[in-house]
Design a protein around this ligand. Structure first.
Ligand code: DX5
Ligand code: ZN
Length: 215
């Protein structure tokens, strides 16, 4: 069954615990926690201290941490210490020779690992890492902000990555950006396992209705 990861980007700090509680009670599988540093993308968002508070309040929730930052190696331990269950870093932000050591480091610290690729990055660039990771995050918008339109080019990428599951049958394919009932269904039809949705879920009166429509 498709897993749903609502993005809490844009939720006010004081509302985070109550919003995450409602999302989990409405059937959310993961909480998608977007981290932006103002360098990898121009906006800034949550720091590790926000994650730490959320994990303390909701210890059983699964935190899917999407790092849209440049200094991944220097920052990653703070997010693991804060309670990340899955760390997804951007392939474009890490030197090639550091990718495998970074994957190993995150795994050794007991955390799952994902690699994300921007719309212009080919799936072939990350093929070599697929046997060693838990998840690929396909960006279906340019990372940096919520509320953008889904890029149809993501569908072919999902299909191509799905074919690479032969290298790792446990690999999950997650899609992020412009997901709604229609685009979500298209992604699932190509092999997506996890759908991230920000505005579609959060800008609704009924989280449950929206989550159900994606499942
Ligand atoms: C975009 C973020 C997304 C974003 C999704 O850079 O990574 O997680 O919050 O928002 P929607 O679903 O509104 O496109
Ligand atoms: Zn994200």
């Amino acid at each position: 069954m498709t897993k749903i990861a609502p993005s809490i980007l844009g939720v006010k700090d004081e509302d985070l615990v109550s919003t995450c509680t409602s999302l989990l009670n409405s059937g959310a599988d993961y909480i998608h926690f977007d981290v932006m540093d103002g360098f990898f993308v121009s906006n800034r968002s949550f720091s590790y201290s926000v994650l730490e508070k959320l994990k303390k309040a909701l210890p059983r929730a699964f935190f899917d941490v999407h790092l849209m930052i440049i200094n991944v190696e220097q920052q990653v331990d703070k997010f693991i210490d804060a309670g990340a269950d899955l760390i997804t870093f951007h392939y474009e932000a890490v030197k090639k020779e550091n990718v495998i050591p970074l994957i190993n480091h995150i795994h050794q610290r007991g955390c799952k690992v994902g690699i994300s690729i921007k719309p212009d990055t080919s799936f072939t660039e990350i093929k070599a890492y697929i046997p060693y990771i838990d998840l690929v995050l396909v960006m279906s918008v340019e990372p940096g902000k919520g509320g953008q339109s889904f890029m149809m080019s993501a569908l072919e990428k999902i299909e191509n990555i799905f074919a690479l599951k032969i290298l790792n049958p446990y690999l999950l394919i997650e899609v992020d950006g412009g997901i709604n009932a229609l685009t979500g269904q298209l992604c699932v039809s190509k092999g997506a396992d996890v759908l991230v949705a920000g505005s579609y879920i959060l800008k609704s009166d009924s989280y449950k209705e929206r989550i159900d429509s994606l499942k």
